[in-house]
Design a protein around this ligand. Structure first.
Ligand code: 5AD
Ligand code: SF4
Length: 522
């Protein structure tokens, strides 16, 4: 997927608007910063597969006692917050949690930075350009902070888990008041208080993962689609990827907590949930007491009265037969699987530590297609991994054709400090990498356009999300197989699943007309 496609995909306006030291046994809200190790007090370590196996055995506790201490419960009254989110759905969802916490503290949200009393940048570290954008924004906010010294400016999310980023902010961006990591989100009330009453920068980043905190408040974006975390972290340690470091080890939420959250969303009228995790197929592997995996979870969620259930992101290595069997049952489990392949060359996959080969990926695709002949497959691909040869890149191109991906997020490899791949010498010039990306995008676009063509004159079910940003007379939403549809129809259908007759296929989207008298199809 290229920039243009990404933009097109985001053109819908929503229809509705651990390191523990001590204090281990205290309730969460009574803990102070002293109960937690602070800023990289434990030694920062780069990703390492042997360590990953060990960290997998650390015990994770689930806390159900989140609460905001009374002395700070109303600290935000009459004040406003703004959170700017970069990166993936996991970050978007973390923003919903932070918005929930701030709202409980009395803050109101604003989209105007000049009105805000607290601005948080929820950052992404996956590629260098994501980080550059954030540093640009930190710079832009400096005049505002100088003008309004009481403004709290915070940096959180994945970048704040990187020691080099924290050091750079400490040294060069004195106007940042608060830095906290992805495992410290539930500490936001205490961190804000510290920031309000101390002159110094407040930094709290656990360099190891925290526990699982349930019952965090959330202000969800819209009332139609919702994200539900099913697990946190990643232990796959792909050699190019920073996530195992920024998000910590794999840890799964208890099935009952997830099922209850989905049931609650269904009761509130949500029409779609997306189950979230960095590697959802590893769900349940950390349970010591029960054998319960993603397939089992999907089978239980299938029985809940919510029309649409999606999940992301899958790892081909852990995609097992039980899951395929359950997905094939259909119902509210949709005909779309996002299955990142990253490369079509077994040698590059080995260097990436992906733990599967081109052949085993193709076997998995064949099994999926046999069980679910109508499934749309989409993927993520990295071009220009260190020393990728022309032949190896061609293997990626041929794999894309062979599988027939209908969409793909495509990236040029970006070296990330501390990852094994970043230490490799790389003989592929940047220009060659760019050319490979263009060629790959041309192929993906061609396949996307071809798949769209097959929908001409067909009637599809669309979950109507809102008005198109470009034209308020046009509504937009997604089909079960995740195709964006723009269509003429009645505004009262926003939030419902309606039938749309497709009149025109474009490269990344479909145009159509709503079928009159559509009854809601659940
Ligand atoms: N460089 C480029 N792309 C990356 N991704 C992850 N790490 C990197 C990196 N260092 C891509 C992968 C992953 C997606 C979320 O981002 O394709 O699936
Ligand atoms: Fe990163 Fe995904 Fe690999 Fe985990 S499985 S290391 S999140 S690319």
């Amino acid at each position: 997927m290229n920039e243009q496609q990404r933009k097109e995909m985001s053109q819908i306006i929503p229809g509705d608007a651990a390191d523990r030291k001590s204090g281990q046994d205290k309730p969460l809200k009574e803990k102070t910063s002293d109960d937690f190790a602070k800023y990289f007090e434990t030694t920062y370590e780069p990703p390492n597969i042997n360590k990953a196996r060990k960290r997998g055995r650390d015990k994770i506790n689930v806390h159900y006692d989140f609460g905001i201490p009374e002395d700070i419960a109303n600290i935000g009254e009459g004040k406003k917050f703004l959170i700017r989110t970069y990166g993936c759905q996991m970050n978007e969802h973390d923003t919903e949690v932070m918005a929930g916490i701030l709202t409980e503290m009395g803050y109101e949200s604003t989209a105007d930075k000049n009105e805000a009393d607290i601005i948080l940048l929820n950052t992404c570290a996956i590629r260098e350009n994501a980080e550059n954008k954030v540093f640009g924004e930190i710079g832009h906010l400096k005049p505002l902070k100088l003008e309004k010294p009481d403004l709290i400016l915070g940096v959180c999310g994945c970048m704040s888990q990187e020691e080099s980023v924290v050091n750079r902010i400490m040294q060069k961006h004195q106007h940042v008041d608060l830095i906290f990591g992805t495992h410290n989100i539930h500490r936001l009330p205490q961190l804000i208080k510290e920031s309000m009453f101390s002159k110094a920068k407040v930094v709290e980043v656990w360099s190891k993962e925290g526990d699982i905190i349930e019952n965090l408040p959330k202000v969800r974006h819209g009332k139609i689609k919702a994200w539900v975390n099913i697990m946190y972290g990643c232990d796959k340690f792909c050699t190019y990827c920073i996530v195992p470091m920024t998000r910590g080890k794999e840890r799964s939420r208890k099935p009952d907590d997830i099922i209850q959250e989905v049931r609650h969303l269904a009761a509130q009228g949500y029409k779609e949930v997306t189950l979230l995790g960095q590697n959802v197929n590893a769900y349940g592997k950390d349970f010591e007491d029960v054998a319960y995996g993603l397939g089992d979870l999907m089978d239980d969620i299938r029985k809940i009265d919510i029309p649409r259930v999606r999940f992301t992101t899958s790892h081909p290595r852990d995609f097992d037969e039980r899951l395929i069997e359950v997905l094939a049952k259909g119902d509210n489990l949709l005909d779309h699987i996002h299955l990142p392949v990253q490369s079509g060359s077994s040698e590059i996959l080995r260097k990436m530590n992906r733990k599967y080969t081109r052949e085993s990926y193709l076997e998995l695709v064949a099994k999926i297609r046999e069980a679910m002949p109508n499934t749309t497959l989409t993927t993520d691909i990295i071009v220009g991994f260190p020393n990728e040869t022309e032949e190896q890149f061609e293997e990626t191109m041929s794999l894309v054709e062979e599988v027939g991906f209908e969409a793909a997020y495509t990236f040029i490899y970006s070296p990330r400090d501390g990852t094994p791949a970043a230490r490799k010498k790389d003989d592929v010039p940047e220009e060659v990498k760019k050319q490979r990306l263009y060629r790959l995008n041309d192929l993906v676009n061609k396949q996307s356009a071809e798949s769209m063509k097959t929908y001409e004159d067909a009637v599809v079910k669309v979950l109507v999300e809102g008005e198109s940003k470009n034209n308020p007379d046009v509504l937009a939403g997604y089909t079960e197989r995740n195709k964006l549809v723009n269509f003429k129809g009645s505004k009262s259908s926003i939030g419902q699943i309606v039938e749309v007759k497709i009149t025109e296929a474009k490269t990344w989207s479909l145009n159509g007309i709503m079928v009159e008298n559509t009854v809601e199809v659940n």
